[in-house]
Ligand binder design. Structure first.
Ligand code: PLP
Length: 405
């Protein structure tokens, strides 16, 4: 069962006051807080197990190696990858997407080719592709959305007919909260043999992910957005791609045989993990996965959905409010502006009331350009948030709006 009090007790950071007010932490899309089990796992690693991995014959090195590979198996099972080797650890979503743009890009993209992304991507799922394409005189194809933040599937079909070499799409928009129909989009791309990358940064903590059922070619994620430490994340890739793709970075660990004339590379996934990885954080990520799995995930999802619905219901009453992102399929966050009030001013004032929200373009400037706005106020929820917090947030926004008008 999902017991909110017991979940909250795992996150001591939430018990603090800021400016003499109870902290209401609604910036979970930027990063989630970490439960004690995650913090303790990383601490325990440094207290008892710290060692470089895959290299030593001695006891500690073998222990640390086994723990790191165990974490890989846990993450693989969490998203239902067929094999543990299909999980590559990186620093997170951004590094995963840079790796894919470089490595997969180098393999598939030729002079003048294209890559398709949606109009609602985070910069991390756009700029790496854009920069890689520049080197090939290629360009991005942008899958359009409507005013509600819903992907135009018909237009997507037409874009696929232009034969992009790769499709890379957000599962859930970090700005609009839209849940994109990724399974259908994968199916459509596969009819034309086009591989699909899913940016799961905003979905993995909140919804059950099954990469085999999605049938995506790649699925990228960040640990710190799913209750794990910063500096760890990774991606899933189908074995056929991982085996064919060239390495992204070179150095220790990713090699097989090395001479001054030539180098051969290690097998998957080590081929993509050059240098010493963040072992402690990988173990923290495993602890986060076990923590999520220990809860009733449907109950967690229903709780987060309730928070979102109540926040929207409350905010709707405020005059001049405009929600940015009105797709019926949405998750995790509410983004809005209030006429005549700059999002930054709203964020600054409610901060003084103890409420942490994000303001600005949320690393999605083209989305702001599309809606013709400088930014939004974004409140994003996690399992440990409460209805009372939503109510204080709505009251704070009402009060700040009255002050700023
Ligand atoms: N993609 C999406 C949809 C995101 O929300 C974010 C972070 O906000 C990223 C990519 C980048 O993630 P990170 O900064 O953890 O690499």
């Amino acid at each position: 069962m999902f017991n909110l009090d017991s979940v909250r007790s795992q996150f001591p950071i939430l018990q603090q006051q800021v400016y003499g007010k109870p902290l209401v932490y609604f910036d979970n899309a930027a990063t989630t807080q970490k439960p004690l089990c995650v913090i303790e796992r990383e601490r325990d690693y440094y207290l008892n197990e710290n060692c470089n991995i895959h290299r030593g014959v001695h006891y500690l090195s073998q222990m640390a190696t086994e723990a790191y590979e165990h974490a890989r198996r846990t993450v693989a099972a969490f998203i239902n990858a067929e094999k543990a080797q299909e999980i590559v650890f990186t620093r997170g979503t951004t590094e995963s997407l840079n790796l894919l743009a470089t490595s997969l890009g180098q393999m598939l993209v030729n002079e003048g080719d294209t890559v398709a992304v949606t109009a609602m991507e985070h910069h991390s799922n756009m700029v790496p592709w854009q920069q890689m394409l520049k080197l090939k005189n290629g360009r991005l194809l942008v899958i359009p959305m409507d005013e509600n933040g819903i992907i135009d599937i018909e237009a997507y079909g037409k874009i696929l007919e232009q034969k992009p070499k790769i499709v890379s799409i957000a599962h859930i928009s970090n700005t609009l909260g839209t849940i994109n129909p990724v399974k259908k989009m994968v199916e459509m791309a596969h009819q034309l043999d086009i591989p699909v990358v899913i940016d799961g940064a905003q979905s993995i903590a909140h919804h059950k992910i099954d990469v085999q059922s999605l049938d995506c070619d790649f699925f990228v994620f960040s640990g710190h957005k799913m209750y794990a430490p910063m500096g760890i994340g990774g991606f899933y890739g189908k074995m056929k791609w991982l085996e064919a793709m060239p390495p992204y970075q070179f150095g220790g660990e990713m090699v097989d045989r090395v001479s001054f004339e030539q180098t051969t590379f290690n097998k998957v996934p080590f081929k993509f993990e050059a240098g010493t990885p963040n072992v402690g954080a990988a173990l923290g990520l495993e602890a986060a996965v076990l923590f999520i799995q220990s809860l009733d995930r449907e109950a967690v999802e229903a709780h987060e959905r309730m928070l979102l619905d109540k926040a929207r219901e409350g905010l709707e009453q405020i005059s001049g409010i405009r929600f940015i992102g009105n797709a019926p399929e949405r998750s995790g966050l509410v983004s809005f502006i209030i006429s005549g009030i700059h999002p930054y001013d709203m964020g600054t004032i409610i901060d003084k009331m103890g409420i942490a929200v994000r303001t600005g373009h949320h690393c999605a400037e083209p989305v702001m350009t599309f809606f013709g706005i400088p930014g939004t106020v974004r409140a994003s929820f996690a399992m440990y948030n409460t209805l009372e917090e939503v109510e204080s947030f709505v009251k704070a926004v009402e009060k700040a709006a009255a002050m700023l008008r």
